[in-house]
Design a protein around this ligand. Structure first.
Ligand SMILES: [Zn+2]
Length: 346
């Protein structure tokens, strides 16, 4: 098979596979992942061996666009511009039936929250081992490919901001979210001189998301000079977004008319995704508790809801022009994650 278990000590955490030939890559994606059998680092020699570019994916098992792109590129026998590391993390999670349905497995931590101490469980050790490998390698750049839970267009996320981050993001999308929230995600690792960006390729079930991942990854890995035109890159920027959240104990629904829920998102609100909304934009019907069902938490635990939103005639409306993204019409996502992210208009 050409696969070797070399990284780590007694029990290797990561499988490694050096320079697989296209005919060694199973034709079917699921068979390819079965063949990898666990967390895997695939390395490929590049035309320029003096530097390495890294692409990571499947930190979440239900986000397949990155794995599809890597599988396709390997099948095509692409010749990378530099040495390349392709990291496929939560293979077992992705393969748990039904395929690509589990973000993480029951009882396990979210892999993309494990890139900061403590590293004492299995996910933490996987993360630490990858951090150590990357530190030793000093790569030119790292991109981490994801999908969003709801449908929507692609965007990039970075926790550091510079022209190189913009340039990397721009290989995949024209939208860049800059956040300094510390969650323990891969993009927060700071290797001097190595920009890291997360790419949210779009919804997991959208065909466009697979195209974003494939086209972007191809550009990223084939381009001889990664940051040649970095200074000229123009992006739609979302600085320090905040989240509009449903408070615990409240109900949310989505409909074209008010319901019994405390918050009823207006059907069609998803169309506001990545657009600019004016003051007074109606977003949801509010129940008897009004805006008490909602919060916009700041870093110090305060609630900034009233700064951005107000109640007008029983409806939640914007109080100032805003840019919204990851707007969902899925009540489950709205309740367990957030209704959407927001930034003020600069
Ligand atoms: Zn993800």
């Amino acid at each position: 098979m050409g696969k070797e278990k070399t990284m780590g000590q007694a029990e290797p955490l990561w499988n490694t596979w050096e320079a697989p030939a296209p005919n060694e890559i199973p034709e079917n994606l699921e068979e390819f992942l079965c063949h990898l059998s666990g967390p895997t680092v695939i390395s490929l020699p590049g035309a320029d061996p003096s530097t390495t570019r890294v692409a990571v994916t499947l930190l979440h098992g239900n986000e397949p666009s990155g794995a599809k792109a890597i599988h396709r590129l390997l099948r095509e026998g692409f010749q990378p511009a530099t040495n390349t590391l392709l990291v496929l993390a939560c293979i077992a999670t992705a393969l748990t039936e039904p395929l690509f349905s589990h973000r993480l497995l029951p009882g396990c931590r979210d892999m993309n929250r494990c890139f900061k101490p403590p590293f004492d469980d299995y996910q933490g050790q996987l993360a630490k081992s990858l951090i150590d490998t990357l530190a030793g390698l000093q790569p030119e750049a790292i991109v981490d490919l994801h999908n969003t839970s709801g449908d929507g267009p692609a965007f990039a996320v970075t926790s550091q901001f510079g022209v190189e981050h913009m340039s990397l993001a721009n290989l995949f999308t024209s939208r860049l979210v800059y956040t300094d929230l510390s969650l323990g995600s891969l993009m927060e690792i700071t290797e001097p001189g190595c920009p890291v960006v997360t790419i949210e390729c779009g919804g997991a079930r959208q065909a466009e998301s697979d195209d974003v991942a494939y086209q972007g990854l191809q550009e990223y890995l084939l381009r001889p000079h990664l940051f040649k035109n970095a200074a000229a890159v123009q992006l739609d920027l979302y600085r320090h977004p905040m989240r509009l959240e449903l408070k615990e104990g409240f109900q949310i629904d989505c409909s074209s008319q008010p319901t019994d829920a405390d918050v009823t998102l207006q059907r069609g609100v998803q169309n506001l995704n990545f657009g600019e909304v004016e003051t007074g934009q109606q977003l949801a019907w509010l129940g008897e508790q009004g805006m008490a069902a909602l919060q916009v938490k700041d870093g110090e635990g305060g609630n900034r809801l009233d700064e951005f939103f107000e109640q007008r005639e029983g409806m939640l409306c914007t109080r100032q022009p805003l840019k919204l993204f990851m707007v969902t019409e899925n009540p489950h996502i709205a309740a367990t994650d957030c209704l959407f992210y927001l930034v003020g208009v600069e």
